[in-house]
Design a protein around this ligand. Structure first.
Ligand SMILES: Nc1nc2c(c(=O)[nH]1)N[C@H]1C(S)=C(S)[C@@H](COP(=O)(O)OP(=O)(O)OC[C@H]3O[C@@H](n4cnc5c(N)ncnc54)[C@H](O)[C@@H]3O)O[C@H]1N2
Ligand code: MOO
Length: 454
């Protein structure tokens, strides 16, 4: 856990009194590596809850393994539409003594020289030990309604085309491991397991609020002079929803200590995590860190991170009213910084809280489609992956050319330029510039975080 640089400032000095504000940030700009380590080490999964099996949904994470309550299949069933026979009878004519279709039961027994007509999925009648598919038979006698005698044309082998009880899954078998993330396949497996209740990790509820006197709601018909539309709140609510988290809209909060305190208190009534944007830098109205530290007594784990965009990103935790740990991600107000910082810090923490084993975005190697001027800070540049397929010229291209190309979404990558987020499915991880390296060339290979559908 990193502590702020010792400072002689008091709580009143970090208030709105502009003449007293510190002229240098009190918060060391820690490395991205340290910040991410702090975030995932601090975030601890919340408790579990039991949900009826028919209410499990994609994205839920298992708190306990799912165990088979019944064997699959639960009875000996036919794999084919055909005839259940006694294998040792070999080829020849058989009297059809009964019929079983999927879901029906017969008490009749197949005896030498007889057979039962069966459908795929039907129970095999007692006595039979093989199924002969209809294609390998011939109809010999019928009464215009029912088959009476059929001929087996190919010698059957014992157990042919029969699924034995429990041959797919036995009782007590672990079907899904603890921490498994449920998708459509896993939901099907849960349905087959016979379990009626499933224990899952409780997902955190996240309140999203925007701070700033300049903000008006994005639904407003007009933008009054001096105001701007609150874009961060809808953007971050949607981002969190895409990642499967339940969100609460905390609205717009004015830049006063009282309004911040009041809004955070209300948010804590409904959520254990707050993502708030704005008010974390050096301006006289940037009160968020001070409110969290001085009014809520929260620990500020970091107040700046040496990265771009998102330098003043802040992460704080503390308890409020009960002993549950509350988490606050205070991301910068610039829309791009807010979006990137939420992806980099809040999403991994929320995934950890929700029981996910792998909290971070998938990282891939990409080839730069253009030259990039490096920044003093390590940068997360918005980009999209080319889907050009090179498979037809595989033998003529080098290994590097096989690495997919990434195009920056725009040349303008300022943190205020919201269009730089448009279409981005990657965040390129660019290193800081050095004396010897000021640029990356077109064709250079860099790592990138996957943040959208490829
Ligand atoms: N003297 C310094 N000034 C600034 C520094 C610094 O280190 N020293 N850091 C800069 C960096 S980097 C960033 S990023 C911004 C972040 O500042 P804040 O988090 O305090 O954000 P605000 O000042 O409240 O707003 C910044 C910018 O974004 C607009 N904004 C805010 N909220 C929203 C919203 N919900 N929707 C749309 N736009 C929003 C706001 O109007 C400002 O234009 O600080 C730099 N300054
Ligand atoms: O870090 Mo700020 O987000 O560069 O603009």
């Amino acid at each position: 856990m990193s502590e702020p640089i010792p400072s002689s400032t008091t709580s009143s000095e970090t208030s709105s009194s502009v003449i007293l504000r510190p002229r240098q940030s009190q918060w060391p700009a820690i490395s991205m590596e340290d910040a991410l380590k702090i975030v995932v080490e601090t975030a601890q999964p919340i408790i579990s809850k039991s949900v009826p099996a028919n209410l499990v949904r994609p994205g839920m994470v298992l708190y306990e393994p799912v165990i088979a309550k019944n064997p699959i299949p639960p009875a000996r069933t036919s794999i084919k539409d055909g005839y259940a026979v006694i294998a040792s009878d070999g080829i020849g004519d058989r009297e059809v003594i009964t019929v079983t279709t999927a879901g029906s039961i017969t008490t009749l027994k197949v005896t030498p020289g007889t057979c039962a007509r069966v459908s795929t999925g039907a129970m095999i009648p007692a006595g039979a030990d093989a199924v002969v598919q209809v294609e390998d038979t011939e109809l010999i006698k019928h009464n215009n309604i029912e088959e009476q005698v059929i001929r087996i044309l190919k010698p059957p082998k014992e157990n042919q085309d029969i699924r034995e009880i429990g041959s797919d899954v036995s009782i007590g078998q672990i079907l899904l491991e603890k921490r498994c993330i449920l998708g459509s396949a896993e939901i099907g497996i849960i349905a087959a397991s016979g379990q009626r209740f499933i224990e899952i990790y409780r997902k955190p509820k996240v309140c999203v609020m925007s701070t700033g006197n300049e903000l008006i709601d994005w639904t407003a018909e007009e933008t009054p002079e001096g105001k701007i539309r609150d874009t961060n709140r809808p953007q971050l609510l949607a981002l969190l929803n895409v990642h499967g988290f339940k969100t609460i809209d905390g609205g717009i909060v004015g830049d006063t200590r009282e309004q911040l305190i009041q809004s955070i208190k209300v948010a804590f009534k409904f959520s254990n995590v707050i993502v708030m944007s704005g008010g974390v830098s050096m301006g006289e109205k940037d009160l968020v860190k001070s409110v969290l530290k001085d009014d809520f007594g929260f620990t500020i784990h970091f107040g700046r991170v040496f990265m771009k965009p998102g330098l003043p990103s802040t992460f704080a935790t503390g308890t409020y009213e009960n002993n549950d740990l509350r988490y606050i991600f205070a991301v910068p107000g610039n829309p791009v910084s807010a979006w990137v910082a939420c992806q980099l810090f809040a999403i991994p923490a929320l995934r950890k809280l929700g029981g996910y084993q792998n909290c971070f975005q998938t990282e891939i190697k990409v080839r730069l489609a253009e030259q990039i001027r490096l920044d003093l800070r390590p940068e997360y540049r918005r980009a999209w992956l080319s889907t050009t397929d090179n498979s037809d010229k595989e033998s003529t291209i080098s290994d590097n050319e096989n690495i997919p190309l990434a195009f920056c979404t725009s040349h303008n990558q300022l943190s205020s330029f919201i269009l730089s987020t448009r279409g981005a499915n990657l965040l390129l991880k660019l290193p800081s510039k050095t004396e010897s390296q000021q640029f990356l060339k077109s064709g250079d290979i860099v790592s990138a975080l996957v943040i959208g559908q490829l």
